[in-house]
Design a protein. Sequence first.
Length: 482
Amino acid sequence: MKLIVTFDFGTTAVKCVVLDENQSVVFSAKQQIHTFHDGLFHEQDPDEWYRAFCELAKSFFETGFLPSDILGLVFSGQMQDLIFVDNGGKSLRRAILYTDQRGDAYVDQIAPSLQSVTSVAMNGSIPLAKMFWMKENQSLLLKGTHKILFSSKDYIITKLTGAFCSDVTSLATTGMMDILRKTYIREFSDFGFNPDLLPRICYSDEIVGHVTERAQIESGFLSGTDVYAGSGDAGATTLASGILEAGEININLGTSGWVASISDGVRTDAFNLVAINRGKYINVIPVLNAGNVHTWVSDFLFPGNLEKYDMVTSLLEESSAGAHGLLFLPYLVGERFPVSDNKIRGCFIGASPDTDRRDFARSALEGVAFSMKQSLEALKITPRKVSMIGGGAQECIWNQIFCEILGTEVIAYEKSEYLPSMAIASSVLLHLEKISSYSEFVFEMIDKTPHTTFVPNLDNVAFYAKRYETFKKIYPTVKGLF
């Protein structure tokens, strides 16, 4: 049996999914990872990613599969990271994550005209802005850096192969790549940075290297095994969602989230990424607050309880649309869309003596859906097909809330948190000419993946439309308090 091994290096966990040539999952597992928070600073240890990778690989081989059965390794991962490595591929400091806002004070050093070239909104979360922080605060470390990587999966590729590279989807989020030419901007050196720090630009289906003898000892994968460039998580998730035409929308409810559509070109009213499928672009509205709100409200209502998610589901099953007047602004860690404000924080509005846990649980999830609706309005798209993906999409009542706030049917895939890893395997199959296109793989994968279609209650649609108008007034009213 020939196998494709995929890993997804997300914000909260490393996930391994192994498929055979018939696109069937033969193994899946995940391991949690840690994030270090200090005010605006959000960091992770790159070597923890690699340890998790090696431990998951060990558990895979312990099931009886042979390293010689593997056709290739391909990864997806969080984007907009800053990972500093020496010429041996060793990490020099913790990775600076995409949610980190330390670059906010340096945005004014970046010419606004660069946005038209990179198609990236110049704010404190982008890697380019954080490079100015590094130059000012850790200049010696920067001088000792051999290469900078921008996705968690890029670091794993370096550890496995010794190659320093990144894919076009990940690089499109950095503020450093011309999105149409697929080349680095000349302004990077004008800002006083060494362009030699930047990794090689690759497409997802390119073989970028092979497992080294040292990596074989550490991971168990045979030396010489093909390693592909893979994709940033947005590319993998969009491919997994199956959206291919205008009006088709994907909503990702990971720790953070996004609303995405796909087109033949970039849009001035959205954050644009290069799609895995060459010649296509992903038009994205990224949000900082999505699944993290579900996690927070679960911890808030049931602190320390290992059954907290099931208990929140029970509350939601007894809740009512509108949460008896309670509204929630979901900006727990600031936000970048539909508002760009790193100081704003979440707040409940409208509590009364009758407000109970059911209302707190429901209003928190309604707040995320309202915020996503604002993002859709920014895209000026009336959705005719909405697919939900990410860990949050496993909460059925949340999907129902989305379909009624958006006023359209919503499709949610079971075990959708693994779909991006499954979809990225198509890069290997395409390179090996076992499929003719990404679409061929995706349609077959989605067709065989169990899913649920949620249909809106029209009375609730009308009710939520009125509540939405009230929700939109919250941020302008409270923003001055933070």
